[in-house]
Design a protein. Structure first.
Length: 108
């Protein structure tokens, strides 16, 4: 149980350090080459990851509720992580819909 929590914390720390490294780089003005990944594929991947996080959180909470696990903290962290991921996904959806509406209202 403690090993799982520590490995989870190490993973989160590594992700935060990677985000900090990327954020500290100056923005590039030059256009990038096409990555070969379509927008729909990227969105499908993100939705799949959010779904997987919610499934993991659900399984962990069910295990705690059934008494099969005593890792309540891990289950709560997974639940919060899934909730944040879902909220971020909804924000992206809202921005996309706003952009789509703006494009539809543009005069020709």
């Amino acid at each position: 149980m403690k090993i799982e929590i520590m490995s989870s914390q190490v993973t989160l720390l590594q992700q935060m350090q990677e985000m900090q490294r990327v954020a500290s780089q100056p923005p590039s003005i030059e256009p990038n080459e096409a990555s070969g990944v379509s927008f729909s594929d990227a969105m499908r991947d993100v939705v799949g990851r959010v779904n997987e996080q919610q499934n993991i959180a659900s399984r962990l909470m069910t295990a705690v509720d059934a008494g099969q696990s005593d890792d309540l903290v891990g289950a709560m962290v997974a639940s919060q992580k899934a909730g944040l991921s879902f909220s971020a996904l909804m924000q992206v959806r809202n921005k996309l819909m706003t952009g789509f509406d703006d494009i539809m209202r543009m005069p020709l």
